[in-house]
Design a protein around this ligand. Structure first.
Ligand code: CP
Ligand code: NVA
Length: 317
């Protein structure tokens, strides 16, 4: 814990040296640990930072729908003393993305962007003079993984040595869990159908993080093998936003990967169930599992607020 955080008199957040969160790779292992620690502090004492970001403004740019991410960023900045403005719709159609970045950075202190392509966030970050925060792209969902790790830490008091199995499509949510779980010393397994494995570069990077931090990373096409001895079973929709034309084929392909009571029973006895939400009950998860005492999905959703407050403080305070 940093000395600044132990003082109630002068609330100060540690800084993210890159000044940015365009992907999970923008933050270091140490900074991620500090972020999780700060998120816990904020959850415990939410009023402590109530004015720290006074007169700070966020631009929220969303190409895709959102409930949790958009509302928790709005609430987070408001509860820290600042405010947010939002623009919903395609980025780069009406004017070049690089021009959008150079408008928003004249008016606001950070840009929170949910895009179809990671390259759109990268371009915003290249041209913006203020931090750009990835609010979900085709490649990553870092803000989700921060809340996920906070939730796991609350349940098990530690992250190192905890085994998480992500059952489903090896894309954005799985990528951020692989990278950030591995750097916290977790064992992260992705159980997915053939052809839906995580990106090879992400896997290589996560493997390196795991080696450096005592964690492990693996991929299997057998969900029963994946969840064995897992303390966390995690899933996400089978059809991500933008993939709607593939929905019928995906429902067929992913059917054996449904998280149901049988699969939960194959995990560790103490296992919890996580889902980034929104969930399609009857597809990737049964109603019985998501409504069961093992389910921690609403703690996870709550922690989006606390973890993103920590992120905003580390970028803007
Ligand atoms: N989990 C998540 O990002 O939810 P939204 O799509 O509602 O923001
Ligand atoms: N994988 C999902 C996550 C939604 C929060 C999607 O990209 O639509």
């Amino acid at each position: 814990m940093s000395a600044a955080l132990s003082s109630d008199a002068s609330p100060q957040a540690p800084r993210i040296a890159s000044g940015d969160l365009s992907s999970d790779l923008s933050i270091t292992d140490i900074e991620l640990r500090e972020l999780l620690h700060l998120a816990t502090e904020i959850k415990r004492n939410p009023t402590r930072f109530a004015t720290t970001l006074r007169h700070r403004y966020l631009s929220l740019l969303f190409e895709k729908p959102s409930l949790r991410t958009r509302l928790t960023f709005e609430l987070a900045i408001k509860q820290l003393g600042g405010d947010a403005v939002a623009s919903i719709g395609p980025i780069g159609d009406r004017e070049p993305t690089k021009d959008i970045a150079r408008n928003l950075d004249r008016w606001t202190n950070a840009i929170v962007a949910r895009t179809f392509l990671q390259s759109t966030i990268d371009e915003l970050a290249e041209w913006s003079s203020v931090p750009v925060i990835n609010a979900l792209s085709d490649m990553y969902h870092p803000c989700q993984s921060f809340a996920d790790l906070q939730t796991i830490k609350e349940r098990f008091e530690t992250l190192a040595g905890i085994k998480l199995c992500f059952v489903g499509d090896g894309n954005n949510v799985a990528h951020s869990l692989l990278l950030n779980g591995a750097r916290m010393g977790m064992t992260v397994c992705v159980a997915c159908p053939v052809g839906y494995e995580p990106n090879a570069d992400v896997l290589a990077q996560a493997t390196q993080f795991a080696r450096q931090n005592g964690g492990a990373v693996s991929v299997t096409n057998d969900p029963l093998v994946g969840v064995r001895s897992s303390q966390v079973v995690y899933t996400d929709v089978w059809t991500s936003m933008g993939q709607e034309s593939e929905a019928a084929e995906r429902i067929r392909t992913f059917a054996p990967f449904q998280v149901n009571s049988d699969l939960m029973n194959a995990a560790s006895r103490e296992a919890i169930f996580l889902h980034c939400l929104p969930a399609k009950r009857g597809q990737e998860v049964t109603d019985a599992v998501i409504e069961s005492p093992q389910s921690a999905v609403f703690d996870q959703a709550e922690n989006r607020l606390h973890a993103q407050k920590a992120l905003l403080l580390m970028l803007l305070a």
